[in-house]
Design a protein around this ligand. Structure first.
Ligand code: ADP
Ligand code: GLC
Length: 470
């Protein structure tokens, strides 16, 4: 697998969770898996073993990138870190406070070339499973630069799209940097997109098979509404696209064992959840009087347009008037950060807000909240609704992508139009249901008993690898 993120080493979102949990699930099924990712400055490699010293990547014009490869074996998976200090030894994964790094095309081109060098010298794969645009040059190089190189004969590629909203689109001036044969690939049937270079498009065109992270999203991306301009291409490749719902790692996300919680609980004994709720409210300095009668809504999210949190802001007065409490953890869009910050200041007894990234708090919000809000405009899979189900925290979601696939009318609440009006009505309806304690608890238990572990989905990937190998 080739990826820009994998938990617990480097994470900005769900991609990392998947790369931390799918590979071990595959190993359990008897597959051999190596995961190639950059050795970012933030990763502690003190326990790693250097397994290759001079892995030189050559780009056009004779520019060379000297890499070494460090290995950490975790749950039977070989995590191989491409160590190339000029590319990765800086704070940040994709960028810093000034925005995205200006050389990201090059940083991930080097990753892809290094992954191919690893495939020929260190770990010979049957299938290279590429994740998102950062890994999309692998199939491009294999079908162009290395088309006639016997070293790679027989290797198949699978591209998983975790988010079509991020395509890795750059001006044509990056072409020399990424060392692709321009004549071969820089045309509308290749990586060219309205005069620019579009790396994810390259992945979609040149990989042998494509998956998305939920079945619903596999359909949605073939429509103009969700296709981000690539829907015609995706329709053309529709016989080579499947949706496989992400699994989750219950060793990390389980209210019976979660190391971040003040109390444990399960569907047979829910008492601990109330302790978690009280502690969570205290952590936000919010009143804990009506613990059992006043619902607490939770949000943990990147503040990106995709997530629809502006809709929450738009109906915040209505939400406040319902008398509920709400805690929010997340950062990204600066205007939204300010908005949630000012709600918390104006009504500290009802609203709590924390910015930044906080793993422990994310778990405590999952456990301590009564409902979890995900009003996403689109959601390729979404993991928090699945964590919420396990934690007896009723998901309130927009019916899209993996949210629609994972949540049913019996386990959560869904709304359809991406408007503050519909979101508000859905929250209001859920709030009225909260008062009927018995049926609410039934709803909680139903979700808690569902199994979204990797067992099933890992088998589907294994099946796909087998088909590709034939
Ligand atoms: P996406 O990958 O689009 O952000 P997902 O739902 O797939 O959405 O995954 C998000 C992951 O990131 C979850 O594990 C969630 O708990 C975590 N996360 C998001 N924001 C934060 C934050 N501020 N602090 C801690 N964890 C966060
Ligand atoms: C992306 C998507 C998210 C998905 C995650 C893991 O970040 O936005 O919906 O759950 O990838 O596949």
């Amino acid at each position: 697998m080739v990826t820009s993120e994998a938990a617990p080493f480097a994470k900005t979102g769900g991609l990392a969770d998947v790369l931390g949990s799918l590979p071990p699930a595959l190993v359990e099924r008897g597959e051999e898996v190596a995961v190639v990712l950059p050795a970012y400055a933030s990763i502690d490699l003190s326990g790693a073993e250097r397994i290759y010293n001079e892995l030189t990547v050559w780009m056009d014009g004779g520019s060379r990138y000297d890499c070494s490869v460090e290995r950490i074996v975790r749950q039977g998976v070989h995590y191989l870190f491409v160590n190339c200090p000029p590319m990765y030894q800086r704070p940040g994964i994709y960028g810093d406070r000034h925005g995205d790094f200006g050389d990201n095309h090059l940083r991930f081109a080097v990753l892809c070339r290094a992954a191919l060098a690893i495939s020929s010298r260190i770990f010979r794969p049957d299938v290279i499973h590429c994740h998102d645009w950062q890994a999309s040059l692998v199939p491009v190089y294999l079908k162009s630069t290395f088309r006639h190189d016997p070293v790679f004969y027989g290797i198949k590629t699978l591209l998983t799209i975790h988010n079509l909203g991020y395509q890795g689109r750059f001006g044509a001036s990056v072409l020399p940097d990424i060392a692709v044969p321009v004549q071969d690939v820089m045309h509308p049937e290749g990586i060219e997109y309205f005069g620019d270079v579009n790396l994810l498009k390259g992945g979609i065109v040149y990989s042998d098979y494509i998956t998305t992270v939920s079945p619903r999203y596999a359909q949605e991306i073939q429509t103009p509404e969700f296709g981000f301009g690539l829907d015609p291409l995706l329709r053309a490749r529709r016989f080579f696209i499947a949706g496989i719902l992400n699994g989750v790692d219950y060793a990390e996300w389980n209210p019976q064992t979660d190391r971040y919680l003040p109390a444990w609980y399960d569907e047979a004994s829910l008492a601990g959840k109330l302790t978690c709720k009280k502690a969570l409210l205290e952590e936000f300095y919010m009143p804990t009087d009506k613990l059992e009668t006043r619902p607490l809504l939770g949000i943990v999210s990147r503040f990106a347009h995709q997530k629809g949190l502006d809709l929450v802001a738009d109906c915040i007065q209505g939400i406040a008037d319902l008398g509920v409490q709400m805690v929010v953890l997340g950062s990204g869009d600066a205007a939204l950060e300010r908005t949630f910050g000012s709600f918390a200041q104006a009504r500290p007894e009802q609203f709590g807000y924390r910015g930044g990234y906080n793993e422990g708090l994310a778990h405590r919000i999952e456990a301590g909240s009564d409902m979890f809000l995900m009003p996403s405009r689109y959601e390729p899979c979404g993991l928090n609704q699945i964590y919420s189900l396990k934690y007896g925290t009723i998901p309130v979601v927009r019916a899209t992508g993996g949210l629609d696939d994972a949540v049913t009318a019996s386990t959560g609440f869904k709304f359809f139009n991406s408007t503050a009006h519909d979101l508000y009505n859905c929250i209001r309806y859920a709030t009225t249901q909260f008062a009927a304690r018995e049926s609410w608890e039934q709803r909680m238990r139903l979700g808690m008993m569902q199994d979204f572990s990797w067992a099933l989905s890992a088998e589907r990937y294994a099946e796909l690898y087998r088909r590709l190998r034939q």
